[in-house]
Ligand binder design. Structure first.
Ligand SMILES: N[C@@H](CCC(=O)N[C@@H](CS)C(=O)NCC(=O)O)C(=O)O
Length: 208
């Protein structure tokens, strides 16, 4: 009997979550190996070549870097669009999500969720009047405009893809951050919320 793929990660959502969601969408049963000792990441570079997790092992296939893993799952399980243009639009969403996530990570880990930094983050990332400023390419309005122009029934094209997974995860972590401003958040992200079919993802998360 074939062994199930294994996701090695911490017992948190973090960068493991889009991988878990993509596997669930693809209907792939998988196991999790909880990384409890950070020192292993630094000493075992055969398994963790960049000293970090997640790591994904599927038989002979062995990879780190969350977006590389996500793309692999997309290619293997038909979650990567149906044309070269769609696949590239999916890549564009993934890279834009990464730019946004970088800003989110700075707020959480470097700024320690400082109130002033959080307020600045809101202004620079969600306030529609600030999308023209220098913001590292990370603003919700960019996604909304992109989806209005290129999105299909789903984030890209007529089928669910790893772009839906990545964008949903980004929206979800930000919604949790601004739970007290839910109305403003829903308004700022309304196009993305609609396209990513948030209710479906919530169901998927909770149907464990
Ligand atoms: N670019 C990497 C970043 C991975 C990363 O930042 N992993 C963190 C957890 S989310 C980690 O392993 N941190 C432990 C460490 O750096 O010591 C990816 O996308 O997989």
């Amino acid at each position: 009997m074939a062994t199930k793929p294994v996701l090695h990660y911490f017992r948190i959502r973090g960068r493991g979550e889009p991988i878990r969601l993509a596997l669930r969408v693809a209907g792939v049963a998988f196991e999790e190996e909880n990384v409890t000792d950070r020192a292993v990441l630094k000493s075992d570079l055969d398994c963790f070549p960049f000293g970090q997790c997640p790591r994904y092992v599927d038989g002979d296939f062995d990879a780190v870097q969350s977006n590389a893993i996500l793309r692999h799952i997309g290619r293997k399980h038909n979650l990567y669009g149906s044309t070269e243009q769609e696949a590239t639009h999916i890549d564009m969403i993934l890279d834009a999500v990464e730019d946004f996530r970088r800003q989110y990570t700075v707020l959480i880990y470097e700024k320690q969720l400082d109130e002033e930094a959080k307020s600045e983050y809101w202004t620079k990332r969600f306030d529609p009047s600030t999308s023209g400023e220098r913001n590292g390419g990370a603003h919700m309005l960019y996604f909304s405009k992109f989806l209005k122009r290129y999105g299909g029934k789903f984030v890209v094209g007529s089928a669910v893809s790893i772009a839906d997974v990545a964008l949903f995860d980004l929206l979800e972590i930000n919604i949790r951050l601004f739970q007290n401003h839910l109305g403003a958040m829903v308004f700022a992200a309304r196009t993305c919320l609609r396209k990513t079919r948030m209710y479906f993802w919530f169901w998927l998360i909770h149907a464990q």
